[in-house]
Design a protein around this ligand. Structure first.
Ligand code: NI
Length: 161
């Protein structure tokens, strides 16, 4: 039985904390991951971190092509290059800003069964990975944005769809 979780918004203390590693790969984790995927899709997000649903654990998910990728206890192995682009966050509705992110990342972690896995991301995927892992360290994109869009720019963005 899937359930939508409440997405915590900027200002909620759980988004400011450092999340703790997952040590038990059990049914509770499975339920949380399934609920997170449901919640991310319902909100049309590109990714979601557990603190965003009020759980201060090192868990991220993101959409890649047609599937949802889950990564538990993610750690960067490599970050390369830099790319500045616009981004937003489900925890900061209506706010968009320009953020510098690596152009390429390699990340290790494990899957929902606790099996080790490694993955790479370039461009948008590298951006999503760093954005979501930042959430595990209490960092929101608005904390590191080079600049936030103005009301006029937001209006223009909406008009352009
Ligand atoms: Ni976010």
């Amino acid at each position: 039985m899937l359930a939508l979780r409440n997405i915590r918004k900027s200002g909620d203390g759980v988004l400011k904390g450092k999340a703790t590693p997952v040590s038990r790969f059990n049914a509770q984790l499975t339920t949380l991951l399934d609920d997170m995927a449901e919640t991310m899709d319902a909100a049309e997000g590109a990714g979601l971190a557990a603190p965003q649903v009020g759980i201060s654990k090192r868990i991220i998910i993101f959409r890649h092509e047609d599937s949802v990728v889950e990564l538990i206890n993610p750690e960067f192995i490599l970050k390369q290059g830099e790319s500045i682009d616009l981004e937003g966050c489900l925890s900061c509705p209506g706010i968009y800003g320009e953020v510098a992110r690596p152009q390429f990342v390699r990340v290790k972690g494990c899957d929902r069964e606790g099996r080790p896995l490694e993955l790479e991301g370039e461009g948008f995927l590298a951006r999503v990975l760093e954005h979501e892992i930042d959430h595990l360290n209490g960092v929101l994109f608005i904390d590191k944005a080079l600049r936030l869009l103005t009301a006029e720019e937001l209006q223009k963005l909406r008009e352009e769809g």
